[in-house]
Ligand binder design. Structure first.
Ligand code: FE
Length: 368
């Protein structure tokens, strides 16, 4: 047995956790920049709660609410410049995966005057500012990972950076903030979390410790599945999903993701398919591809989800999200080439060639 395991984030979980623990903000400093998107922070009520807590504890703050979905390097550069001008002691990210990931870039760029491309070097002259993460979706797990996924228009894909200093110091997790999500977003983000658990569990980099979290996350998804399929989603279920997403984040903090994420990025970049759904469309064929290398673990995945076979897994995910995926030969060729360039391709349990990825894309299409 050999592993290292560390989560550098203090998690405060539960309804009303921000108001209850508002003094935590003050411990990080006197000035904050709150980073969010145009909608989710406000609609969820999370932004109001954060602003109130900052006012109550005498923290001066300003809000940058211009983070795009799947933020680009240009977008985080703009936010970083805005933050640098305010000279904050810490950064608060609030929203789905996009604002949380952007907050990590902003925390770095606010104190490092450098071209944003240098984020990917993962080593910075000045240590990034402390980050507080407040998720309003249950999927990304970004609140407990060091990763920041940024869209590279120049490279036509998404790329991640992150080091020990970009782990959020604090995560406030209140499932009430996920109650305003649409059914589609609830499902898609839940499937993202499931993907983190499955990819981490079957990764070349999985460990005894990361598997504990992955198994629990998959079991929770299994418990939530009927409610998701029937669109019967109460607060209890939302709390389970938020907890599950956090566990998934803890898994990939250690294992990273594998080919599902690497392949899914092109579906998002070129076809505008939401991140979680992009992963979900590929998961069944990914399981099939790897099955002979991880037979026992694959059986365990299915049994935790209450499924008898990968075919059933495919049916369930296609039902849950719908599957209208259609890809041309040239597209599959291009997407597979891009996915092969991702670090995550090397973490897949089986060695992959470009042809393997093309086969997975082809088999994942509608009606195949
Ligand atoms: Fe993801």
């Amino acid at each position: 047995m050999q592993f290292s395991f560390q989560i550098a984030t203090k998690v405060l979980f539960g309804r009303g956790c921000i108001a209850e623990n508002r003094d935590e903000f003050r411990k990080l400093g006197k000035r904050a920049v709150v980073v969010t998107g145009r909608n989710s922070g406000k609609a969820s009520g999370a932004l109001d709660d954060i602003e109130q807590a900052l006012k109550d504890t005498g923290v001066e703050f300003t809000v940058f609410d211009g983070i795009d979905n799947n933020p680009s390097l240009e977008n985080v550069e703009e936010a970083g410049k805005f933050a640098a001008g305010f000279k904050p002691d810490f950064i608060v990210g609030v929203g789905g995966g996009s604002p949380l990931d952007a907050a990590k870039a902003v925390a770095t760029l606010a104190v490092n005057d450098m071209p944003p491309e240098e984020l990917f070097k993962n080593s910075f002259a000045v240590r990034p500012l402390p980050i507080v993460a407040v998720p309003t979706t249950a999927g990304t797990g970004s609140e407990v990972t060091p990763y920041s996924i940024i869209t590279r228009k120049d490279l036509q894909t998404k790329m991640s950076f992150g080091n020990a200093d970009t782990f959020p110091k604090l995560a406030f997790m209140d499932a009430a903030y996920t109650e305003t999500l649409s059914y589609e977003t609830t499902v898609n983000t839940a499937v993202d979390a499931l993907s983190h658990a499955i990819e981490g569990y079957l990764s070349r980099r999985s460990t005894f410790m990361s598997d504990v979290f992955a198994v629990e996350a998959m079991a929770l998804f299994g418990e939530c599945l009927e409610g998701l399929l029937k669109n019967k989603i109460d607060f209890n279920l939302r709390e389970k999903l938020l907890y599950m997403a956090m566990l998934g984040g803890m898994v990939i903090s250690h294992t990273a993701t594998t080919i599902v994420h690497g392949m899914g990025y092109s579906l998002t970049y070129f076809l505008d398919i939401p991140h979680g759904r992009a992963n979900g469309l590929l998961l069944a064929e990914y399981l099939k591809f790897n099955r002979d290398a991880v037979e026992e673990k694959t059986k365990k995945v299915l049994s935790l989800l209450g499924m008898a076979s990968i075919e059933e897994f495919r049916k369930v995910t296609d039902t849950l999200m719908g599957n209208d995926l259609q890809l041309g030969e040239e597209q599959m060729e291009q997407f597979a080439s891009l996915a092969m360039k991702q670090k995550s391709a090397g973490y897949n349990i089986k060695r992959v060639e470009k042809q393997d990825l093309i086969k997975i894309y082809r088999a994942s299409c509608k009606g195949v």
